[in-house]
Write a protein that binds this ligand. Structure first.
Ligand SMILES: [Zn+2]
Length: 176
């Protein structure tokens, strides 16, 4: 004990710590969506559901829906946090000029403000904040891990894993 990672949450994220069901969805703007056969809202351009992978009929009616939270970061120690809008992660992350949630993660080779995970429209993105030791992405079916260019937002998919310092978080569906 004493050397393990510690987490603390700030902003909106404080409300969705751990496995608590989140209440912040109503803060999100409604967007155009098509529904999969199980009723999950999706980007109208998608041909398969981002959550359950069922095909979505391209003639399906476009409805207005509030997106469920697009993804949850599941750390190797079981810590889970839903990505509501913009989440800054690091040893001492600070909120940016826009409204930003913060997740404090300690550990070797973790920069003060290491990376940002954010939801834009129907897509989650990860961006390395010019960290000292970099942020890496692994994706099922792809060999090796990809180092992100600093300050370049990369789309992340459910099933991807984000690596930074000695830490690792898998991107999982927030709700199904
Ligand atoms: Zn679905």
């Amino acid at each position: 004990m004493g050397t393990g990672p510690h987490f603390s949450l700030g902003g909106e994220a404080a409300r969705v710590c751990g496995v608590m069901e989140l209440e912040a969805v109503s803060d999100l703007d409604a967007m155009d969506a098509t529904l999969c056969p199980s009723g999950h809202p999706n980007d109208p351009g998608q041909t398969e559901c981002r959550l359950c992978r069922q095909p979505i009929c391209q003639t399906a009616e476009v409805v207005s829906a509030r997106p469920a939270v697009l993804g949850r970061l599941l750390f190797e120690d079981g810590t889970a946090i839903d990505v509501i809008s913009k989440l800054a992660i690091g040893r001492a992350p600070t909120a940016g000029c826009e409204s930003t949630d913060t997740l404090t993660v300690t550990g070797p080779q973790v920069s003060r403000r290491h990376l940002i995970v954010e939801a834009k429209g129907w897509q989650l993105y990860v961006r390395d904040c010019d960290s000292t030791n970099g942020t890496f992405l692994t994706r099922p079916g792809e060999r090796g891990r990809r180092r992100l260019s600093a300050d370049e937002a990369q789309p992340v998919l459910i099933g991807d894993s984000i690596h930074f310092g000695s830490r690792q978080a898998r991107v999982v569906a927030a709700r199904t």
